[in-house]
Design a protein around this ligand. Structure first.
Ligand SMILES: NC(=O)c1ccc[n+]([C@@H]2O[C@H](COP(=O)([O-])OP(=O)(O)OC[C@H]3O[C@@H](n4cnc5c(N)ncnc54)[C@H](O)[C@@H]3O)[C@@H](O)[C@H]2O)c1
Length: 448
């Protein structure tokens, strides 16, 4: 039975939260650049070789009560998160490289750094993947499961999860696999029955990522989706997620250009400045860039990247400012840069009486260095959600929108893209489950 976590706050609002006892098993789908940077990074932090920069769960604080109370604990001391020392990694990939070899191939982390943790990384070898090149045109591997149909493959994944469960206390799955071709939901995704029939008949609308998500849901395991694929953004998955207490969230890590976009756009809107054009382009040379060079995979990414501005600007409410906004996103595969992406934005804005101005952003970032801490936070927060009565049975974890380019919401809601609304939503959710007062930033009480 869940036990009440003693928060000292008003118990009426407190959720029941089971303690984070024992090992947390993290199963990563796709042991590429992001995943290996996550795994190597966690081990480097555990060994005291580096700091977990960029991770809210590891470095973030949360204010409790009034500003005058000076009560700002670390988030990891406030909510019962799994300790990094208790994380155990495994994963699936279509290539049979161990995590050391895959990290060396990805060239995100320096060789010297990898050597310091080499034996640990070499010991993590990928399980055979569920893969079909129809859904990711630019990849071809050999470490792939075979089966008589997609249901058989789903059952093999369930067996992998069950085996791993025997070695740890709890399991979370995160998709760090490639971006699949653009797919739209069809009748096969409406209900669990329809999907299961589709698995038996090898329905073409069922991509590998959905088979992993289905297996996770059937095993009651939380699932985060770091790519723009539909994966868990489907009605039948949401049904299973609620039924089997397997929290879900997605989609597409918000790391570089969209992260900056969802900081700048709310600023223009807050000041009622107009925007007539936003041109975003990227050069990227890693395997992700190669996969996205295929127009069908790019379309999936494009949809995910385009949504944010429309939702933030609400042109229907502010036609004078945003009705005619021209928004374009480009990703160009450019091998010399590897994982070190460059993202340019040209933003045409206008102010008082319509006078035009321009802003240029040139973000020379490191894709996986930005993504790895998000992946870590997501697995820790999903594990928390699984142990929390108020969260485990609600399906979509909208409070984790903070991490995503195309955040999932209940069907009748529009997503919140503004990074600071997302941050407030996340922290208020933590206060809420711990029975602390929410922070509204009203502040009139200081002037009574
Ligand atoms: N790095 C970022 O900033 C960022 C931001 C947002 C989203 N993403 C997304 O995260 C994902 C991972 O990015 P990355 O840079 O690590 O890419 P990557 O190409 O280095 O790694 C992806 C890995 O997934 C494997 N894979 C593909 N299909 C698979 C399947 N069905 N089962 C198991 N493994 C499979 C590939 O073999 C590869 O090793 C991509 O979809 C990317 O679009 C990355």
């Amino acid at each position: 039975m869940p036990t009440t976590h003693d928060s000292g706050g008003p118990a009426a609002y407190a959720s029941q939260i089971q303690p984070a006892k024992g090992k947390l098993g993290v199963m990563v789908v796709g042991l590429g650049a992001v995943a290996t940077t996550l795994i190597a990074g966690v081990e480097a932090v555990r060994k005291g070789l580096a700091k977990p920069i960029g991770s809210l769960t590891q470095m973030g604080t949360i204010r409790l009560g009034k500003r005058t109370e000076a009560n700002t604990p670390l988030i990891k001391d406030f909510v019962p998160l799994a300790d990094l020392d208790d994380i155990v990694f495994t994963g699936w990939d279509i290539f049979d490289d161990n995590v050391y070899e895959a990290a060396a191939h990805a060239k995100v982390l320096e060789k010297d750094q990898l050597e310091q943790i080499r034996p640990y990384l070499e010991a993590i070898k990928p399980l055979p993947a569920v893969f079909d090149q129809y859904y990711v045109k630019r990849l071809n591997g050999t470490n792939i499961k075979t089966g008589k149909n997609k249901m058989d493959l789903a059952n093999q994944l369930r067996a992998d999860i069950q085996n791993f469960k025997k070695t740890v206390s709890r399991v979370v799955i995160i998709w760090c696999g490639s971006t699949e071709i653009f797919l739209e939901p069809t009748a096969v995704h409406d209900t669990v029955e329809a999907f299961e029939k589709g698995l038996e008949s090898n329905d073409i609308g069922i991509a590998p990522s959905m088979i992993y998500a289905y297996a996770a849901m059937k095993e009651g395991v939380p699932f985060a989706n770091g790519a723009p694929n539909l994966t868990v953004d489907l009605p039948f998955i949401q049904e299973l997620s609620k039924k089997n207490f397997a929290p879900i969230c997605g989609k597409d890590f918000k790391t570089g250009q969209t992260f900056i976009k969802t900081v700048l756009a709310p600023a223009f809107k807050a000041r009622m400045l107009g925007v007539s054009g936003w041109y975003s382009t990227n050069i990227l040379g890693n395997r992700d860039g190669e996969v996205l060079d295929d127009p069908e995979s790019f379309k999936t990414k494009e949809e995910s990247k385009l949504g944010a501005l429309d939702f933030i600007f609400q042109p229907e409410l502010y036609p004078d400012l945003y009705k005619d906004l021209y928004h374009k996103v480009r990703i160009n595969y450019y091998p010399p840069r590897g994982d070190n992406k460059e993202g340019w934005d040209n933003i045409d804005i206008f102010g008082w009486l319509g006078y035009p101005m321009q802003i240029k952003v040139d973000f020379l970032c490191r894709d996986s260095i930005l993504a790895a801490p998000l992946a870590l936070d997501l697995v820790l927060f999903l594990d928390l959600a699984k142990r929390t009565t108020g969260l485990c049975g609600i399906g979509i974890q909208e409070w984790l929108s903070f991490y995503f380019k195309a955040p999932m919401t209940a069907p009748e809601l529009y997503p919140e893209h503004d990074l600071f609304i997302q941050s407030m939503k996340l922290k208020n959710t933590l206060r809420h489950i711990m029975g602390e007062e929410l922070i509204t930033h009203l502040g009139l009480e200081y002037y009574d």
